[in-house]
Design a protein around this ligand. Structure first.
Ligand SMILES: CC(C)(COP(=O)(O)OP(=O)(O)OC[C@H]1O[C@@H](n2cnc3c(N)ncnc32)[C@H](O)[C@@H]1OP(=O)(O)O)[C@@H](O)C(=O)NCCC(=O)NCCS
Length: 215
């Protein structure tokens, strides 16, 4: 399969949002994760596409996007914009569209409360060692052709050139392909923490592994 990796441009925004909705739940469709697919796409991609587009690349095959990598080399800016702009707008958008009457919203509230009660706060990532973070998402039809690796290599070079000492990625504990993928790229498990995630009718215990790699 012929795939071209190139820098992200604003015309790719809809394609990137479509890919995240098709892959966000451990590689499977994840539009259901939040009360509305728009909110899921906003929370997972808006910072990267709208506030730090220079840290994203896309993979294209026959004129169609098949994967992307995004991330941040500015941890404080990422945190500030997520807290002050991306998350508040997603919450407001949801409320205006009746999220209080949506079962999913209450399931999320329950999951956040249960996670805090059972496990407390997640451990802090040592940002002085690993200031950058990365996401890689490839459509199922394009997996296994080194597309993810080609995308990640672009971001890793970019983060090293930006002067970052290291980079990390958060992976669901039961996402074996992604865990193997980051191990192959030279990342090692740094931290793990448990959480409770709302599933369709119930709650599911799970854990995240933070993979990290010096640059
Ligand atoms: C993880 C993901 C990005 C891998 O993309 P990909 O293009 O298929 O990966 P590559 O072909 O570049 O694989 C690179 C290496 O990763 C490992 N790997 C990738 N997929 C694997 C799988 N399903 N099982 C085992 N190892 C795998 C292999 O070692 C592979 O090297 P090899 O082919 O020489 O053996 C892709 O499966 C995906 O988008 N998953 C959903 C989103 C996600 O979970 N992202 C990671 C968290 S941000």
């Amino acid at each position: 399969m012929e795939v071209r990796v190139r820098p992200y441009s604003s015309g790719d925004r809809a394609g990137v949002r479509a890919i995240v909705l098709a892959t966000a739940d451990r590689g499977r469709p994840g539009g259901w994760l939040f009360p509305h697919p728009e909110v899921t796409a906003d929370l997972l991609t808006r910072y990267y596409t709208d506030f730090e587009p220079d840290s994203s690349w896309v993979a294209e095959s026959e004129g169609t996007l098949v994967g992307y990598t995004s991330g941040s080399v500015h941890p404080e800016r990422h945190r500030r914009i997520m807290r002050r702009q991306v998350i508040p707008r997603a919450v407001l958008w949801s409320l205006l569209r009746g999220a209080l009457w949506h079962r999913r919203s209450w399931q999320w509230a329950g999951a956040v409360a249960l996670t805090a009660l059972r496990y407390g706060r997640p451990p802090a990532i040592p940002e002085e060692l690993y200031p950058a973070h990365i996401h890689v998402n490839v459509l199922p039809s394009a997996r296994g052709h080194s597309v993810g690796k080609a995308l990640a290599d672009r971001f890793l070079t970019h983060a090293a050139e930006a002067g970052c000492a290291g980079v990390y990625a958060k992976v669901h504990g039961d996402n074996r392909p992604a865990r193997r993928f980051f191990s192959q790229l030279g990342f090692s498990p740094l931290l793990r923490y448990a959480w409770v995630l709302p599933e369709s009718e119930t709650y599911r215990p799970g854990f995240t592994v933070v993979y990290a790699r010096p640059l």
